[in-house]
Design a protein around this ligand. Structure first.
Ligand SMILES: *Cc1c(COP(=O)(O)O)cnc(C)c1O
Length: 375
């Protein structure tokens, strides 16, 4: 384990808690910048909006992708300049658009005509980019069909944007979160690349391609390195645009923060449904409602360590502490934990720095939310 986090956990903080090493956030940011030096990094704030993370990233020259006005405000509070913030959610309340515009934010995402009309009225003259629907195959946490539009309708919408007095600035896509294949980016780049040419013929010169997030981290299984993604992306960009590359943006969330954090939890109970059952049920003091929402469908499989590692192991199902039948993290994912594991043991769930703290419910069943420590 990361020595800074280990030192903090040695003081036996109350559980459940997240301990996150902000230096590791910086290392991840630098590794990504090195892998894709031509891309400007817009950190996806929703992955973990904690002030120590935003402060550090502002210092490193990061830009930010905000999902709400509240996230815009958090970035401004951390010292980010308004022109380093992209309002990347394609579903924005009019009041949120107006407030962000008033604060000086001038780049907005959209994927529909109605959103474009809202932007033209409440953020006039802004730079807008259209999100294209792309395949999410290979992603452990796909973003499905909720966002994006087709190439054909994006073409019409970008022409409309210009007519409405907005600046039709670029295009974006998101290949799905925890995307484990580099080819997904290559396919998406060649799909949207053709639209650049098409729109140039229609008199619109796009200047920006936003490649979204999705860059994976190691949970239980290995994933390609960030350099592999950088190489594949630059290869596809060069193939598509030659040396007339547009500005490149990336919006990593998970990659920047996930492996900087460890959740420490207490085992509340170990039981068997029947004394001959070879599966033990392990109940923790954190579950689906305490922040581990990405265990839905057993999609994200966190690596777990215990004080008994090295001893004999057996099959387990792992669940949270609430009186809710949906509060089960893993039943089918073939987790095996030491037979010596017992109530009162403290265990660690690794790479939990992204999409955990903010997914925690508000005192469901009365349990206090996850404590957060930034070291
Ligand atoms: C959530 C999100 C991201 C971050 O995705 P990761 O998979 O965490 O890198 C980036 N861009 C947009 C528009 C998002 O909604």
């Amino acid at each position: 384990m990361n020595p800074k986090i280990a030192r903090f956990l040695a003081q036996v903080p109350a559980t459940p808690c997240l301990v996150l090493d902000v230096d590791r956030v910086e290392e991840n940011f630098r590794a990504l910048r090195k892998a894709l030096p031509l891309a400007q990094i817009y950190y996806a704030v929703k992955a973990n909006p904690a002030a120590p993370i935003l402060d550090r990233l502002v210092g490193l020259g990061s830009s930010f992708d905000a999902a709400s006005f509240e996230e815009v405000q958090s970035c401004l509070d951390a010292g980010a300049s308004p022109d380093s913030i992209s309002f990347g959610n394609t579903i924005k309340k009019v009041s949120a658009i107006a407030r962000a515009y008033e604060k000086g934010v001038s780049m907005f995402a959209f994927d529909s005509e109605e959103e474009l009309e809202k932007l033209a009225r409440h953020a006039p003259g802004s730079r807008v980019y259209c999100r294209i629907l792309v395949e999410n195959e290979g992603a452990d946490w796909p973003l499905s069909r909720k966002f994006g539009t087709t190439i054909e309708s994006a073409r019409d919408l970008m022409v409309r944007a210009g007519e409405m007095g907005l600046d039709p600035f670029g295009l974006s896509f998101h290949v799905g979160s925890q995307q484990t294949t580099t080819s997904s980016y290559e396919a998406a780049i060649s799909k949207v690349g053709m639209l650049f040419t098409d729109l140039r013929d229609a008199g619109i010169n796009l200047r920006m391609l936003n490649l979204g997030g999705g860059f994976p981290v190691r949970y239980r299984d290995d994933v390609p390195s960030i350099d592999d993604f950088g190489i594949a992306i630059m290869h596809a960009m060069t193939k598509c645009f030659g040396n007339a590359l547009p500005d490149m943006l990336i919006e990593p969330g998970r990659f920047i923060v996930a492996d900087a954090g460890v959740v420490c939890a207490e085992v509340v109970l170990v039981s068997r449904r029947d004394k001959n059952d070879d599966t033990r049920w392990v109940y923790l003091d954190i579950g689906r409602f305490g922040g581990l929402a990405e265990t839905e469908g057993e999609s994200i499989k966190y690596r777990i360590t215990t004080p008994h590692d090295g001893g004999e192991v057996g099959r387990v199902a792992i669940a949270g502490p609430t009186c809710d039948g949906a509060d089960i993290m893993y039943e089918k994912a073939n987790y095996r934990l030491p037979l010596a594991l017992t109530s009162g043991d403290r265990i660690e769930l690794h790479a939990t720095g992204a999409y955990v703290t903010t997914y925690a419910s508000q005192r469901f069943n009365g349990f206090a939310p996850l404590e957060e420590h930034y070291v």
